[in-house]
Design a protein around this ligand. Structure first.
Ligand SMILES: [Zn+2]
Length: 226
């Protein structure tokens, strides 16, 4: 085993590209050339292609026949439409969660809140963004409407991407404590308050975004991934 010189596997490559996008080092719309990435990572083009396919399923990368792969570049309008859709769906999630959740569900939600709190304490921004999205997915799961759950599975990764593209690097993904307040209201079965808190929460997240044009920059691929 030559652990120190082990070549990255497909998942490592996908993770490192995801990090570069989340940390604003790769701007939206930039071309992800297979050849360049293969040489930067020191792996075959096949591995790069597999990583890009994986990322395209998560919505982070768009693949175009004959043109290649690009970092997804949601427009301002798409970002606004996405939040408008979530505003429609998530009150129903909250209502269903109140009607259908049991003690075990509430325990899972509380455990998730603790993990979020922990990531905040460590200042681990990437994990904070991921866990913030995962909270809304978990709530959809607890709510138990499988059609809404599928919709949320599509909307959540895209929301993460929009947040990481458009927010100022210092702002949190979901404002602190708001998830806790929502779960408290669900546990009290206070439907009107839980719905009000969820809508206020989504508005806060949307209002944190700086929905302007991202700037182009020169990328040193070998330095970034080599
Ligand atoms: Zn949230």
């Amino acid at each position: 085993m030559e652990a120190a010189f082990a070549k990255p596997d497909v998942e490592d490559i996908a993770d490192r590209i995801t990090n570069a996008v989340m940390e604003h080092r790769l701007p939206p719309g930039i071309k992800l050339a297979e050849e360049r990435l293969a040489s930067a990572f020191g792996v075959s083009r096949t591995k790069i292609r597999q990583a890009l396919t994986m990322l395209s399923r998560e919505g982070l990368v768009k693949l175009f026949p004959n043109r290649g792969a690009f970092v997804t570049s949601p427009t301002v309008q798409e970002a606004l439409d996405l939040f408008a859709t979530r505003r429609l769906i998530e009150p129903e999630i909250v209502r269903n969660a109140i009607a259908r959740s049991d003690k075990a569900d509430l325990k899972r939600l509380r455990a998730h809140l603790a993990a979020e709190e922990d990531a905040r304490k460590r200042g681990d921004r990437r994990t904070i963004i991921k866990l913030s999205g995962a909270f809304h997915m978990l709530l959809a799961e607890v709510a138990g409407n499988s059609f809404i759950e599928k919709l949320m599975a599509e909307l959540c990764p895209l929301t993460c991407l929009i947040i990481s593209l458009y927010d100022a690097p210092q702002t949190p993904a979901c404002p602190e404590n708001e998830h806790v307040q929502i779960v408290d209201a669900i546990e009290r079965k206070d439907e009107a308050e839980a719905v009000r808190l969820m809508l206020r929460h989504l508005d806060h997240v949307r209002n944190e975004l700086r929905l302007g044009e991202a700037e182009k920059q020169d990328i040193d691929w070998d330095q970034m991934f080599g």
